[in-house]
Design a protein around this ligand. Structure first.
Ligand SMILES: *Cc1c(COP(=O)(O)O)cnc(C)c1O
Length: 429
């Protein structure tokens, strides 16, 4: 990565390891930004990868932030994003989160229900503040082509479009500034994205809601599996920009927002694992590695119907110029802990490195990191040819610290020293 050997990164930071390439972040953001209508602002959805340095890298490129928890809000602020460049979205926000959003004077709290509107009003009134609020709308329509559609059905997200036909009540400490619609994720069809945006603009115009800000969501996907192809930013923006132009002409002062998570960060990340064991079982070759489900649920296919392989790359020098079929598995005691099924690799040896590509989004934060007590992996950002540790791996001591032992349970063991073992010093490996 940027001229640094993976073996070097693995030796310095250990495995399993997430490595992010800031050049790829810049390319991914920059190529879209250069083509996208200048009035459509890009907000980075921290949910995809909430690392503070990754967020700061995107901030440095010009992205604003979309956050959905108190920690994400604080992360965005630490990464240098101004309050006015942050929107706070998400169902079931706590009073503490809303309070913090008011303190940071975020560009908008995106309200997900009429009940939440009342809470924001109460909290803002107590602070002698007027809260800027966008309404998240659950539209009456849906557009096909997303892997997870949001509109056109009962959802815990947003306020049903129907409700907008009647007055929502009066909230003296709330200034309604606009609307937010998010229609789905992993969309790989430019026409579907443009159609979403067209219908969101239409929706915004047909209701009696102020249009200081309109957030058209996003959901832009990246190709992971055989048969998928990446979005073409040229094709996409050729479809989108005229829609923005048209809306702009009618509403010259509206702040226009697009939220992007996966699209910006997924291609920049590689999950680097090391082979710990090789074996054959009933004629199949297994490479047992130190990484798996606990750090990368999406790659093992947890939550999906069929296991499909993320792109895998052999990162060591091949022992022979030959391809073999391998099962690449992890260290968890579950048969589903498979990073790659029937993967073509050179002869694999203990100590070899394998990379799961396109792993910059929904990696460790979206995985059951505490399973088997492995904890969070280290994360490294490669920036201008330099590798920076941007997240330390959890150690056993970190994981044990938050547990409480009921002392009476081990009273008899105290002399024996049985429970005294302390392996807490090094990372979990
Ligand atoms: C998850 C989410 C995003 C980010 O989605 P991606 O598919 O990663 O771009 C943006 N906005 C909202 C409201 C979300 O829930």
């Amino acid at each position: 990565m940027q001229g640094i050997a993976y073996a070097e990164l693995a030796a310095e930071f250990g495995t399993p390891l997430y490595v992010y390439d800031a050049d790829v972040l810049a390319r991914q953001y920059g190529s879209l930004r250069a083509l996208l209508h200048p009035d459509l602002e890009i907000f980075y959805s921290l949910k995809a990868n909430p690392n503070v340095s990754v967020t700061a890298a995107l901030r440095a490129l010009g992205a604003c932030a979309e956050v959905s928890s108190l920690t994400e809000l604080l992360t965005a602020r630490q990464a240098g994003v101004d309050g006015d460049d942050i929107v706070f979205v998400g169902p079931g926000k706590s009073r503490r989160e809303l309070q913090a959003a008011l303190e940071e004077n975020v560009h908008a709290i995106v309200c997900e229900s009429v009940g939440e509107l009342a809470v924001v009003d109460e909290l803002a009134r107590a602070r002698n503040q007027v809260a800027r609020v966008m309404l998240r709308v659950n539209p009456g329509f849906t557009v096909r082509g997303s892997k997870l559609t949001m509109g056109g059905r009962p959802r815990q997200f947003g306020i049903d479009e129907d409700l907008l036909r009647r007055p929502l009540g009066s909230y003296g400490a709330v200034r309604l500034t606009g609307m937010h619609v998010y229609l789905g994720t992993r969309i790989l069809d430019e026409d579907v994205i443009a159609e979403n945006v067209r219908r969101i603009f239409e929706l915004a115009e047909r209701h009696d809601v102020p249009l200081e800000s309109v957030d058209v969501g996003g959901g832009l996907g990246v190709a992971y599996f055989d048969g998928e192809r990446d979005l073409d930013p040229v094709v996409l923006t050729r479809l989108l920009n005229p829609l923005v132009d048209k809306f702009r002409a009618a509403h010259p002062d509206t702040r226009l927002i697009m939220e992007l998570g996966r699209y910006l960060v997924a291609p920049a990340g590689v999950y680097v694992v090391r082979v710990r064991d090789v074996k054959t079982s009933m004629g199949q070759r297994f490479a047992v590695t130190d990484g798996g489900t606990h750090h990368h649920m999406a790659a093992v296919g947890m939550g999906s119907f069929v296991k499909r392989n993320f792109p895998l790359r052999f990162l060591s020098a091949p022992a022979a110029d030959e391809s073999q079929i391998w099962q690449v598995t992890g260290p968890l005691c579950t048969p589903n802990d498979v990073l790659g099924k029937n993967v073509l690799l050179p002869p694999v040896q203990v100590g070899d490195l394998i990379g799961v590509l396109r792993s910059g989004a929904y990696g460790p934060t979206a995985s059951p990191g505490l399973f088997l007590g492995h904890g969070y992996p280290a994360e490294v950002l490669v920036l201008d040819g330099q590798a920076h540790l941007v997240r330390e791996a959890d150690r056993p001591a970190d994981l044990l610290r938050r547990q409480r032992l009921v002392r009476t349970l081990t009273a008899g063991l105290h002399q024996s020293g049985l429970h005294r073992r302390d392996d807490g010093g090094g990372p979990v490996r």
